[in-house]
Design a protein around this ligand. Structure first.
Ligand code: PLP
Length: 392
């Protein structure tokens, strides 16, 4: 890569990210091209963001048209892209209202505020604890870091936001034990992404829903990574046959534009009143215009069916690679985790890069694949050939 860029990054940008020595210049579909004209098959989608791949013609058209009209107006006024997007999300989710934010962490902050306010309004001051799962990941702001059930994120930044406690995944007894009269919400990812593509058991999630309903505790589902078609249904919660009270979205909803959203069920749709929550950029016209297009394309039975089918095919093809390097393959739709030897994981990732394949990692021993939802079978086959060469 252009070394001047690397030196300038080193000099001017805070070193919060470990970066590979690649600088991307353009992309098309599932392919990214770097500044030396090397092409890579992209199984990262910018960590689950580029749901429609790169340079999607309809997304480009929407951006061009919207840019010619208007980029931003404040939330003091109405704007069409935001309202139409709200209608699409509410209709598709069978939920009631939406609040727009700018990122996943911010959407989760919104869920946390709604859960606490709902409980405050109904039960008074001291019912404000939110239970989350061990190994969860909910974001990097102070409250979402507190919500994140992984010790490694809990260093240095004390004091944390109070009112969070953590329960074991898939262990209903642990949850029942900790679910006292201080708890106002239970927040979870249905497939834990960051900690290794770990799907929760359906039975467990349904038991959690039952407990929430019995105790009037809000069921808060973080679909920042799983939402908008990633798992083969528009929302992962559909596959668990549950009715959450709150759902957070981000990443794939904007297909590359920053956006976050909180969906509420009827009982908490009016919990936050005027002046109680807000953000300058939330509902930004450009982000919402693109998200409308994403919803038009992704929320089609044929499109979602294809994601499911391609996901099954991809996972089966990986499982069929005869290699002792692969310990387990798991996931749903196009959210796939390959468990490998922790010590060899970065060697595989670097070998993939040399052969023109970009992947993510997750947890301590997982290679995570989040390809664009528009990936083709031919591209999956090419990726399998690369994996066959790298896994021994
Ligand atoms: N929740 C989940 C499940 C995530 O995977 C992420 C990001 O990876 C977040 C929340 C935070 O989203 P953001 O980075 O947009 O703040």
């Amino acid at each position: 890569m252009n070394l001047e860029i690397k030196e300038k990054e080193n000099q001017y940008v805070m070193s919060t990210y470990g970066r590979f020595d690649i600088c991307f210049k353009k992309g098309n579909g599932c392919v990214l091209v770097d500044d030396e004209n090397h092409s890579y098959l992209d199984c990262t989608s910018g960590i689950g963001v580029n749901s429609l791949g790169h340079n999607h013609p309809e997304v480009v058209k929407v951006i061009q048209e919207q840019a010619q009209n208007l980029l931003h107006v404040s939330n003091l006024y109405y704007s069409e892209p935001m309202i139409y997007l709200a209608e699409k999300l509410v209709t598709a989710s069978h939920m009631n209202k939406v609040f727009f934010a700018n990122s996943g962490a911010e959407a989760n902050e919104g869920m946390i505020k709604i859960a606490r306010k709902y409980s405050y309004d109904k039960y008074g001051e001291n019912r404000n604890v939110i239970l989350t799962l061990k190994q969860s990941f909910h974001g990097r702001t102070m409250a979402t870091l507190s919500a994140t059930g992984q010790d490694k994120f809990h260093h240095y930044f004390y004091p944390f936001v109070d009112g969070f406690d953590y329960v074991e995944c898939n262990n209903i007894h642990d949850l029942e034990n900790k679910c006292d009269d201080k708890v106002c919400g239970i927040m979870m990812e249905l497939i834990q992404g960051e900690s290794g593509v770990v799907p929760l058991n359906v039975e467990y999630v349904q038991q959690v829903e039952k407990l929430c309903h019995e105790k009037d505790i809000l069921l808060m589902i973080d679909e920042v990574q799983t939402g908008i078609g990633r798992t083969g249904t528009l929302f992962a919660f559909e596959q668990y046959q549950i009715h959450p009270d709150l759902v957070s979205l981000a990443k794939g909803l904007g297909a590359g534009m920053p956006i976050g959203a909180v969906l509420t069920a009827e009982k908490c749709q009016n919990t936050l009143q005027k002046g109680e929550h807000g953000t300058t950029f939330g509902g930004n016209l450009m982000s919402c215009a693109v998200a409308n297009k994403v919803m038009e394309i992704v929320n089609q039975p044929d499109f979602l069916y294809e994601v499911e089918q391609k996901g099954n095919y991809f996972m089966n093809q990986i499982k069929a690679i005869s290699s002792s390097d692969i310990k387990e393959v798991r996931g749903k739709g196009l959210m796939i985790g390959i468990v490998v030897d922790e010590k060899k994981r970065m060697d595989y990732v670097n070998e993939f890069i040399k052969k023109g394949l970009l992947v993510l990692t997750a947890g301590i021993d997982v290679i995570r694949l989040l390809p664009p939802l528009i990936i083709s079978y031919e591209e999956i086959d090419k990726i399998i050939l690369i994996m066959q060469e790298v896994f021994q």
